[in-house]
Design a protein around this ligand. Structure first.
Ligand code: APR
Length: 272
C-alpha cells in the first residue's frame, strides 16, 4: 500500500523519468547482471560477463562472443514481459510526453510490453539488433532471420550462421548492438545526451531494479539530487539511489520487487 507521502510525490504535472535495470526483468526469468548469472566456458576457461562483453574479447574471439550473445538472446526471447513491464507501457499511454523511460536492459521486454522507441532510451543497446563492426551503417539493424533464437549454452556458432551475421552493406562481421564495458556511451546508439536532458527536465525520477553500477544511470541520479527533485527508488535491497534519497530527504525508498510496486505506482498516477 502506497503511503500518502509517496502518493503526493506522484501527483506531478511534469515529466516522470523512469530508470530501469535488470531487476525489472528478474520476474520474467532473466538473470540479473550481477546476480548469479552463469559464467561462460571457452575451452577449459570460464569467463565472467564483464570479460565477454568487451570489444577486446570480440576482436580476440568473435565467434565465442557471438555464441554467448546468441545464448543470452535466446533467454530474452524465451521470456515474457511481466506486470512491471506492462504497467510501464500503461504509464506511457496515460502520460504521453510526460513519460520517459531510460533502460539499461538489452532484453527488449519494455518494447515488447508496448513502450515506444520514441520514449524508451535503450542506453545499453538491444540484443535483437546488430551493428557493422566497422560502423559503416547509419543505424543498428535487426538480427537476421537465419540465426537460431533458441540457443543452447555452449553451442558453437556454425559457418552458415556466421555468414548471416555479416554487415549487409560492407560484408564485415557485424557485432551485437550492445554497449561493451570497454566502450563509451554516445547519442546516436545509446541516447546519452537525450538521457541527460531528460534528467534536467524531469519533475520526478522513479528508479527500478538496479545496482547503480554504471555511470549514466548514476549521473541521472546525481542530477536529480542536485536539482532537488524527488526520486522514488524500488529495489529489494538498498542501492546508491536509495542512499541519495536518504541523504537529500527528497523522495522514497520502496523496499521490494518491481512486480510488487510498479503496478501500484502506475495505478496511483494522476490521469492525463
Ligand atoms: N525487482 C526489482 N529489483 C530486483 C529484483 C526484482 N524482482 N530482483 C533483483 N533486483 C535488483 C537487485 O537487487 C539489483 O539491485 O536488481 C538489481 C540488478 O542489478 P544488476 O544485476 O547489477 O543489474 P543492473 O543494475 O541493471 O546492471 C547495470 O551493468 O553490467 C552492466 O550493461 C550491464 O545493463 C547492465 C548494467
Amino acid at each position: 500500500m502506497l503511503a500518502p507521502p509517496v502518493r503526493c510525490l506522484l501527483d506531478t504535472p511534469g515529466l516522470i523519468l523512469w530508470l530501469t535495470g535488470a531487476g525489472v526483468s528478474a520476474e520474467s526469468g532473466i538473470p540479473t547482471f550481477r546476480g548469479k548469472e552463469g559464467y561462460w566456458q571457452v575451452g577449459s576457461r570460464n569467463y565472467q560477463p564483464e570479460e565477454m562483453a568487451t570489444w577486446a574479447a570480440f576482436q580476440e574471439m568473435p565467434e565465442e562472443v557471438w555464441a554467448w550473445y546468441l545464448y543470452r538472446r535466446g533467454i530474452c526471447r524465451g521470456a515474457e514481459p511481466n506486470a512491471a513491464h506492462r504497467a510501464l507501457a500503461a504509464a506511457e499511454r496515460r502520460r504521453g510526453e510526460r513519460f520517459l523511460l531510460v533502460t539499461q536492459n538489452v532484453d527488449g521486454l519494455h518494447l515488447r510490453a508496448g513502450n515506444t522507441l520514441d520514449r524508451t532510451y535503450q542506453i545499453h543497446g538491444n540484443i535483437d539488433f546488430m551493428r557493422c563492426s566497422r560502423e559503416c551503417l547509419p543505424a543498428p539493424v535487426p538480427m537476421p532471420e537465419g540465426v537460431d533464437v533458441a540457443w543452447g549454452k555452449g553451442r558453437p556458432i556454425t559457418e552458415r550462421e556466421l555468414q548471416a551475421l555479416k554487415c549487409p552493406s560492407c560484408g564485415a562481421l557485424a557485432r551485437p548492438h550492445v554497449l561493451w564495458f570497454d566502450e563509451s556511451y554516445d547519442e546516436a546508439n545509446f541516447r546519452f545526451e537525450s538521457s541527460i536532458d531528460a534528467a534536467q527536465r524531469a519533475s520526478l525520477v522513479v528508479v527500478v531494479g538496479t545496482t547503480g553500477a554504471t555511470s549514466l544511470p548514476m549521473h541521472i541520479g546525481t542530477i536529480a539530487a542536485q536539482r532537488g527533485i524527488p526520486m522514488v527508488v524500488i529495489n529489494p535491497e538498498p542501492n546508491p539511489f536509495s542512499a541519495l534519497v536518504q541523504r537529500t530527504g527528497q523522495g522514497a525508498f520502496l523496499c521490494g520487487t518491481a512486480g510488487q510496486w510498479v503496478p501500484e505506482i502506475v495505478d496511483a498516477l494522476p490521469s492525463a
